[in-house]
Design a protein around this ligand. Structure first.
Ligand code: ATP
Ligand code: MG
Length: 385
């Protein structure tokens, strides 16, 4: 990297920070250095050339240190303290902006913002007490979802209320946190759109993809989603409009449901590069990571064209083991791309890497790709050293 460019600071140095660091290397005269803030020594981003400040994501002093050392600041986690970021905004350019982050961090604020802008979301309501919950569930019926408003991930802030008997249990689970209630959507499919907006306001959306979760964690993304053109178009329009009203700069992951009667509902927005966009590394003209760098640098956005249908498979830590694991290798095969994140230890369900199975011949046969994945999956084993 040359000395003429800017220093990019990233809050979070996990796999997303790692792939952003790699993308930054494509712009050697724009970005001279990447520094990440991450509590884990030897975090994935540090292994691909980022400098690291070792501290908690919420460590105010460390965030200020990062901001002081950086010309542009961004993040790969949404739990950063938006008030601290706001206080340093005048000194360092931060994208997406702390205001945008704040709107997204609180699910109630986020959903209120979306519905006020005529964007489709499931019915929701604020919950302030157990009595409040008992009252409001009458309107929503069973099942409904009780959700924590903040700091949720991997579905841990969700409680499905199936009957009156669950009410107290659900409320107690999140007792000390702020909550909201949401109508349960018996969806046909979960989908998402990776969307970008640069600092000048140019917007680009990637084609709709389909997401399959297991135990509330993304397992497989299928690009493009197996829906008809009208649904894909509708979802992409919803994403486009979301980006117009949100006004943040950077890449966003917009998670949605396709209902059984082909409605699109936004589930939530991630103000960062997103796991369901990893396929773009091989499937698309511009990866989501390069797109994010372009967006926050104020460069023109890259083409979001999907060149090849692709399946992304998350490699997760196995259930019954925690600790160092043997290197993961696969037999080289055309159209199969393994990306491990260099994490030293495996933990149950920890994201250790991903696999992209790419339809280089553009046969368009997703079942073929899924079968191919089934075979390759067997050769991926996470074994203790
Ligand atoms: P993530 O899992 O993306 O880290 P999270 O913990 O904030 O996010 P959500 O995205 O709100 O949780 O929900 C996790 C999963 O729960 C969704 O992917 C979806 O499968 C299910 N879910 C969420 N809201 C609803 C709903 N209203 N109706 C039905 N299922 C829902
Ligand atoms: Mg989610």
């Amino acid at each position: 990297m040359s000395n003429s460019g800017k220093v990019l600071g990233i809050i979070g140095g996990g796999q997303l920070g790692m792939m952003l660091t790699e993308a930054a290397k494509k712009f050697p005269d724009k970005i001279s250095e990447v520094i990440v803030l991450d509590p884990t020594k030897g975090c994935p981003a540090s292994k691909v050339g980022a400098k690291q400040i070792i501290a908690d994501f919420k460590d105010e002093k460390a965030i200020i240190e990062l901001a002081t050392k950086s010309d542009i600041l961004t993040y790969e986690i949404e739990s950063g303290d938006s008030d601290v970021l706001k206080s340093i905004e005048s000194k360092t350019m931060i994208n997406p902006s702390p205001d945008t982050l704040k709107k997204i961090q609180d699910k109630l604020v986020q959903k209120t913002f979306l519905s006020e802008n005529q964007l489709p979301v499931a019915d929701f309501v604020e919950i302030n007490s157990l009595d409040d919950l008992k009252q409001k569930i009458k309107k929503f019926g069973f099942p409904s979802l009780l959700k924590t408003r903040k700091d949720a991930y991997d579905g841990r802030g969700n409680f499905k209320i199936n009957s009156h008997e669950d009410l107290i249990l659900a409320y107690k689970q999140f007792n000390d946190q702020s909550m909201m209630l949401e109508k349960f959507i018996d969806f046909r499919m979960e989908v998402s759109v990776i969307a970008a907006r640069n600092t000048q306001g140019e917007i680009a959306t990637y084609p709709l993809v389909e997401n399959i979760h297991e135990d509330n964690i993304l397992r497989i993304t299928i690009a493009p989603a197996r829906v008809n053109k009208e649904i894909a178009k509708k979802a992409e329009q919803v994403a486009q409009k979301t980006m117009e009203v949100l006004k943040g700069a950077g890449v966003f992951g917009i998670e949605m449901f396709v209902t059984k009667n082909d409605q699109i509902l936004i589930n939530e927005i991630a103000p960062r590069v997103h796991n369901s966009g990893h396929h773009t590394l091989q499937s698309s003209k511009t990866s989501q990571f390069e797109q994010h760098i372009r967006a926050i640098l104020g460069l023109s956005l890259g083409s979001t064209e999907l060149l090849h249908p692709t399946i992304m498979y998350n490699i997760l830590g196995p259930k019954n083991f925690k600790g160092e694991y043997k290197p993961v290798n696969i037999v080289p095969e055309k159209g199969v791309f393994l990306k491990m994140y260099g994490k030293k230890e495996s933990n149950p369900k920890r994201k250790l890497g991903h696999l992209n199975v790419v339809d280089l011949d553009n046969s368009g046969n997703i079942d073929f790709l899924l079968n191919k994945l089934e075979n390759i999956k067997k050769s991926i084993v996470i074994d203790p050293v």
